[in-house]
Design a protein around this ligand. Structure first.
Ligand code: ADP
Ligand code: MG
Length: 477
C-alpha cells in the first residue's frame, strides 16, 4: 500500500516536471535518449558478434598451432634434444603474441620443458589432457583473464603431451577499441543531433510564441492582426498560421455581425415598447369611441325613455336601444378576442382557431374555410399561444391589408411535423416596411418554438403563410 502510494507520488512528480519543462528541453532530452539507446544497442550487437568471431579465430589458431608444434617437437622429444626444444618454444612465444605459455609433459606427466620461468602454478598440469589422443581445449578463468589451454598428443601420445595457452587479451583489447570508437561516434552524433534539435525546436517554439502573442492580443479584443508567412517555418506551422488568420478574420466579421444584431435588437426593443404604448392607446380609443359612445347613447336613450308615455314609442325606442347594446357588446367582444384568446385555454388550439375563424366570418362577412386532419396539436401549451398569435397576425393582416374574398386555413399533421397554412386571394405584396413589427413578430415567435415560417406573396396573386413545426414527443407536457 505504502509502496503503491510512493509510486503514485513519483508518477505525480514526473507529470509535474513534464508540465514545467519546455518543449525544447523535452525534445533535446528525447534526442539524447535516442542516441544513447542507439549507441548502446549498436555496441551490444557489434561487440557480441566481434567477440564470437575473434574467439572462433583464436580457437582455430590454437588448434593449428597445436597440431604444427606437436609435429615439430616429436623428434627432439624422442631424442631428448632439450636444447632444440627450448629453441622451438622460445621462438614460438616470441613470434606469436597470442601464446601465453608452452610446456611439454612426458608420458609420465613430468615436465620436459616449459616456457614458464617458475614452477607451474598448482593444478595447471592436471587441468587439461588429451582425450583418445585427440586435441583438447579448455577455457580457464585466471587472474589475467580468460586463457584457452590446449593439450595435443606428441607422436600419437607416445612421446607425451604438448600444452599451449592462448590468451584472450587481444579479444578484450579489440572490443575495448570498438567500444571506444562507438562512444566517440555516439557523442559526435549526439552533438550534431542536439544542435539540429535545438534549431528545430527554436523554429517551432518561435512560431508558437508568435501565435501565443496573437492569441493574447485577440483576447484583448485586437482583431487587426497581421500574420506574415514564415519561410523557415514548415508547412504545418504555416497552415496553422493561415488557419489562425482565417479564424481571426471570421471572428472579426462575427463580432461585427453580433454588434449589428445588438444594435438591431436595441432598436427593436424600443419599437416594441412604442408599439405596446400605441396598442394601449388604440384600445383606449376603441373603448372610448366604440363602447363608450354606445353606452353614452344608451344612457341618453334610457333617460329619454322616462319622459315618454306612449307605449308604442317606448317599444320602438327600446328596440333601438337593444341594437345599440348589441353593437356595444360586439365591439367589446372584438376587443376581447384580440386581447386574449380565452378559448385556447378552454378548448385547445384547433377548436379555438375554428371559433376565431367563425367570429371573423360573421364579423367581416368573409368566406373562410377551415380544414384539419387532427383535433389537437401535440405541442406544449406555451407553443400553442405562439402558434395562435402567428395565425391571428396572419389573419388580421389579411383583414387589414389584403382585401381578400376567400381565406383558406389548413392544419396538416403528419408523423414528423405539423404544417399550418393560411392562404388568401387578396392583393398580395412583394415588399413591406421592415420597420413594421407584425411579420417580424411572426418570424420571432416561430423561431422561438423551433418552427419555420414562410410567407409567399406576389402582387395580385394573394398570400400564403406557412408555419411548419417538427413534433418532438419529449417536449409535450
Ligand atoms: N396577407 C397580406 N396581403 C397583403 N399585404 C400584406 C399581407 N400581410 C402583410 N402585408 C403587407 O406587409 C406589411 C407588413 O405587415 P406587418 O408586419 O404585419 O405590419 P402591419 O400589419 O402593422 O402593417 C403590411 O403593411 C402589408 O403591406
Ligand atoms: Mg400586421
Amino acid at each position: 500500500m505504502n509502496q503503491n502510494n510512493n509510486l503514485l507520488y513519483k508518477l505525480y512528480e514526473l507529470i509535474k516536471l513534464n508540465r514545467l519543462l519546455s518543449i525544447r528541453i523535452k525534445f533535446m532530452g528525447i534526442v539524447v535518449l535516442m542516441v544513447l539507446l542507439l549507441g548502446y544497442s549498436n555496441h551490444y550487437v557489434i561487440t557480441k558478434n566481434l567477440s564470437n568471431l575473434i574467439e572462433e579465430q583464436l580457437l582455430q589458431h590454437a588448434r593449428s598451432l597445436g597440431e604444427n608444434l606437436s609435429a615439430i617437437v616429436a623428434d627432439p622429444v624422442l631424442t631428448n634434444n632439450l636444447y632444440e626444444l627450448h629453441n622451438i618454444i622460445d621462438r614460438t612465444i616470441r613470434d606469436d603474441i597470442h601464446v601465453r605459455y608452452i610446456f611439454i609433459l612426458d608420458t609420465n606427466n613430468n615436465i620436459v620443458v616449459s616456457s614458464l620461468p617458475e614452477q607451474l602454478p598448482k593444478g595447471l598440469r592436471e587441468i587439461n589432457e588429451t582425450v583418445n589422443n585427440e586435441i583438447s581445449i579448455k577455457r580457464l578463468q585466471t587472474d589475467e583473464g580468460i586463457i584457452w589451454d590446449l593439450a595435443a598428443p606428441i607422436a600419437d601420445g607416445l612421446a607425451g603431451t604438448l600444452r599451449i595457452a592462448i590468451t584472450d587479451e587481444y579479444r578484450v583489447l579489440g572490443i575495448k577499441q570498438v567500444t571506444k570508437n562507438i562512444i566517440i561516434s555516439s557523442f559526435v552524433i549526439m552533438f550534431i543531433s542536439l544542435i539540429l534539435a535545438y534549431l528545430l525546436t527554436r523554429l517551432l517554439t518561435k512560431s508558437l510564441f508568435t501565435l501565443y502573442n496573437f492569441t493574447k492580443q485577440l483576447g484583448q479584443g485586437k482583431y487587426d492582426i497581421l500574420i506574415k508567412p514564415d519561410i523557415w517555418a514548415g508547412k504545418e506551422i504555416n497552415s496553422l498560421n493561415s488557419a489562425f488568420y482565417e479564424m481571426v478574420k471570421n471572428l472579426k466579421t462575427l463580432r461585427e455581425k453580433e454588434e449589428n444584431a445588438q444594435k438591431a435588437r436595441k432598436n427593436l426593443l424600443q419599437k416594441t415598447i412604442n408599439a405596446q404604448e400605441d396598442e394601449r392607446k388604440r384600445i383606449a380609443r376603441e373603448l372610448h369611441d366604440e363602447a363608450n359612445q354606445h353606452l353614452a347613447a344608451i344612457n341618453y336613450g334610457l333617460d329619454n325613455l322616462r319622459h315618454i308615455n306612449d307605449i308604442d314609442r317606448i317599444k320602438a325606442e327600446a328596440q333601438e336601444l337593444k341594437v345599440l347594446v348589441k353593437e356595444a357588446s360586439d365591439s367589446l367582444r372584438a376587443l376581447a378576442w384580440e386581447l386574449r384568446p380565452k378559448l385556447l385555454d378552454e378548448f385547445g388550439l384547433v377548436l379555438a382557431m375554428k371559433k376565431y375563424l367563425e367570429y371573423l366570418r360573421v364579423q367581416y362577412g368573409l368566406m373562410i374555410s377551415f380544414t384539419s386532419n387532427v383535433d389537437s396539436i401535440p405541442v406544449p401549451h406555451t407553443h400553442k399561444i405562439s402558434i395562435y398569435r402567428i395565425v391571428q397576425e396572419a389573419l388580421i393582416n389579411i383583414i387589414k391589408h389584403a382585401n381578400a374574398k376567400k381565406i383558406e386555413v389548413a392544419i396538416q399533421k403528419s408523423k414528423e411535423n405539423i404544417i399550418i397554412t393560411i392562404d388568401d386571394d387578396g392583393i398580395g405584396f412583394d415588399h413591406y416596411d421592415k420597420e413594421s413589427l407584425g411579420i417580424y413578430g411572426m418570424h420571432e415567435r416561430a423561431t422561438l418554438i423551433g418552427g419555420k415560417l414562410n410567407i409567399n406573396s406576389n402582387v395580385g396573386e394573394g398570400t400564403t403563410v406557412l408555419l411548419s413545426l417538427e413534433i418532438n414527443v419529449e417536449e409535450i407536457e
